[in-house]
Design a protein around this ligand. Structure first.
Ligand code: 6R9
Length: 667
């Protein structure tokens, strides 16, 4: 191990307590470790992996192989070859074996604040084993895909870890996706089993999850895809079993079978490069991409980033407001903190219910040390006033973290002043479903250099490069602005897109050969800090959720009254970006408020409530080039009232549409 790292660990050990020092205590430690991670990735990541249990050890040399340059052959990334392990063992058994079985693993609160549960590490392990045994008894085999459509209850991370325990590949579908989206995701991975719940309350609204599953399975059936087992959890105080559709040939109540299972289920020792999970994410075409993560590399990426960036240690309490349906929920709510032996806080409701103080009371109640959220949540909470955080004692909160979208200065300062008491670093990390772990991020020990809105500097194994968008050439070191690409490979990097390795190469490795293309633009400042300037592809970021413009367009045009649609993202004070749709209806008399509602409902049904357009702008025609390409740049200017800066529109087939669109704005 490097001298500085040893020093840092000793320093840390000496400082445990209120003033403990993060592992990355100084810029020098960071720089030494980061340099080694790029110069000797195999040695570096081999050392990092020693914090976890491996049933079969991987060799010190020769465990890592990769090619990310399509000119040299197919893209492939492998880490820890020869090693076998299990992430559920490393998250749970390890801590129970260390005598921590009675310590809290999950602090859960439901939608109502007085609905509370504490699940210990031992109880969590027992539930995971029971679920694993039940899945095995239903014929689930290593490598099979299992779809999880559960709300934020402790059973959700339990279900994920139960799959991981037996080598089944989980695909968590956010419990806000519609039946059609779920059906698409089930069929894509040939899933035969769904783990779900009757329903939940979100704020004052019930969400009837099982009904949505029912509709999804009907869609699957029509396309000859049969799901054979549905395990359904009845969530107390939400939707009663009696009001839930139930097909006894296929559906099983959780309470009828799981408690009877044995709590002994030895983990299956999986190869490091076996698949761990799939997570679908939006791309710039209509079809979602099934991002594939693996057993060994993902585990190390999740654990190491929690340890070094968020300073997570056994006994810490980590509260992440993200849902497990997104990558942040996988890496920084469930797996990462548990790999570090933390207790995790899960909130079943929404951050502003019943009022703006909910999160802060939970921080006080559970003595949360790491609080992880998204800018959109902060913006919605800061609106409700300073009185809410002021009413709670937030002294325990030592690390603030955020991801999903750029943080605006106002939100950053509020987070810093009101939640961190100007004394907790803000780790505003840039990363993606595809990167598996935080990639560009401020470092906790050197946080005084932290600039509001900047995503910071690269984490271990990450080598960002800024390319000139016109020439595709690397910009020289120093301040630069352009397309963000990453060089090399790191353990938690996605390995492929499920069932479509060609698309994986085309989307991520062909646009700029020799690099991984992130889809984001960025600026590097004179201090080497990175600022994410937003997507350069057709992806919109609404409240931190990625939505492809093509997905919304195809949902709209599926409606018989919609002839054509063009969707763009516009700035939104709360959501970061909002969906703005230009819609051509089949006949002008259909340009009515009623039609807007019909189309919105249609999108809600096709994708989910979060994809419903903020604005539908009637467009008798769309600005197209002579070759038929929609000029989105023109639409963006019209939507944001900047038509004076339209630029060159000489290639438009019919320049007259611009005037028509301006005249219909707000109508
Ligand atoms: C973790 C997550 C990834 C996209 C990414 C970028 C945006 C994420 C950000 C950020 C600015 C940050 N993004 N973190 N932009 N600052 N700190 O959100 O993954 O859902 O896959 O989205 O989100 O555009 O490319 P995912």
């Amino acid at each position: 191990m490097q001298r500085l790292e040893v020093l840092s660990r000793q320093l840390t050990a000496a400082c445990i307590g209120e003033d403990r020092t993060p592992l990355l205590a100084t810029r020098e430690i960071y720089e030494t470790m980061h340099k080694r991670s790029l110069e000797d990735p195999e040695g570096f990541w081999g050392d990092m992996a020693q914090d976890y249990y491996w049933q079969d050890k991987f060799p010190a040399r020769g465990h890592m192989k990769y090619n990310t340059d399509v000119r040299k052959g197919p893209v492939s990334i492998e880490f820890y070859l020869g090693g076998t392990t299990n992430i559920s063992y490393n998250c749970l058994d390890r801590w129970v074996a260390a005598g921590r079985g009675d310590e809290p693993c999950v602090y859960w609160e439901g939608n109502d604040e007085d609905e509370r549960r504490i699940v210990t590490y031992k109880e969590m392990l027992d539930e995971v084993c029971r679920l694993s045994n039940w899945m095995l008894s239903r014929g689930v085999k290593r490598g099979d895909a299992v779809t999880i459509y559960l709300p934020m209850v402790p059973e959700l991370p339990a279900a994920m870890m139960a799959c991981a325990r037996i080598g089944a590949v989980h695909s968590v579908v956010f419990a806000g996706f519609s039946a059609e989206s779920m059906a698409q995701r089930i069929m894509d991975c040939n899933g035969k089993m769904v783990l779900t719940a009757s329903g939940i309350m979100r704020g004052t609204k019930p969400v009837l999850l099982k009904e949505i599953v029912e509709d999804a399975l009907t869609i699957c059936k029509k396309q000859n895809h049969q799901v054979t087992s549905v395990l359904c959890l009845e969530v107390a105080n939400a939707v009663p079993a009696s009001k839930t559709p139930f097909d006894s040939s296929r559906d099983i109540w959780w309470a009828d079978v799981i408690p009877k299972q044995s709590t002994v289920c030895p983990p299956t020792w999986l190869n490091a490069e076996d698949r761990s999970f799939l997570l679908y994410t939006s791309g710039s075409t209509g079809k979602p991409k099934g991002v594939v993560h693996t057993v060994g590399g993902y585990m190390v990426g999740a654990g190491v980033s929690c340890r070094y960036l968020y300073d997570m240690r056994p006994g810490d309490v980590a509260f992440t407001t993200a849902d497990c349906g997104w990558i942040t929920g996988h890496t920084y709510l469930a797996y990462g903190p548990l790999l570090c032996g933390c207790a995790i806080v899960m909130m079943g409701g929404i951050p502003n219910y019943p009022d703006g103080g909910r999160c802060w009371r939970m921080c006080e109640r559970y003595k949360v040390r790491q609080f992880y959220t998204a800018p959109t949540v902060l913006r919605s909470l800061l609106q409700l006033g300073d009185k809410w955080p002021k009413a709670s004692n937030l002294k325990s909160v030592r690390i603030l973290a955020s991801a999903g979208e750029p943080m605006n200065e106002h939100a950053w300062h509020w987070f810093n002043d009101m939640i961190g008491g100007k004394n907790a670093p803000i780790i505003d990390t840039w990363w993606q479903t595809e990167t598996g772990m935080a990639a560009i991020t401020p470092q906790p020990g050197a946080w005084n250099n932290n600039k509001p809105g900047s995503a910071g500097i690269p984490f271990f194994g990450i080598c960002p490069v800024v390319l000139d968008p016109n020439t595709g050439k690397e910009m020289p070191p120093g301040p630069a602005e352009g397309v963000l690409v990453l060089k090399g490979a790191w353990p938690s990097m996605m390995r492929t897109l499920h069932g479509d390795h060609d698309r994986y190469e085309q989307v991520y490795f062909v646009p700029y050969k020799g690099y991984y293309f992130t889809g984001d633009g960025c600026r590097r400042d004179a201090d080497g800090q990175y600022w994410i300037t937003g997507r350069v592809d057709d992806v919109i970021n609404v409240s931190g959720h990625r939505i492809g413009t093509a997905e919304v367009e195809s949902a709209l045009t599926e409606h018989p009254d919609c002839a054509e649609a063009a969707v763009i993202g516009v700035d939104h004070p709360l959501k970061g970006q909002a969906i703005y749709a230009f819609v051509t209806v089949c006949s002008p008399e259909k340009q009515t408020a009623a039609m807007r509602k019909v189309l919105n409902d249609h999108v809600r049904k096709a994708i989910g409530p979060f994809a419903v357009p903020e604005v539908i702008h009637w467009a008798p025609g769309l600005p197209k080039t002579r070759s038929g390409k929609i000029m989105r740049r023109v639409l963006r200017k019209i939507a944001s009232h900047e038509e004076k800066e339209l630029g060159d529109i000489s290639t438009l087939a019919d320049p007259g549409v611009v005037e028509t669109l301006i005249s219909l704005r707000g109508k």
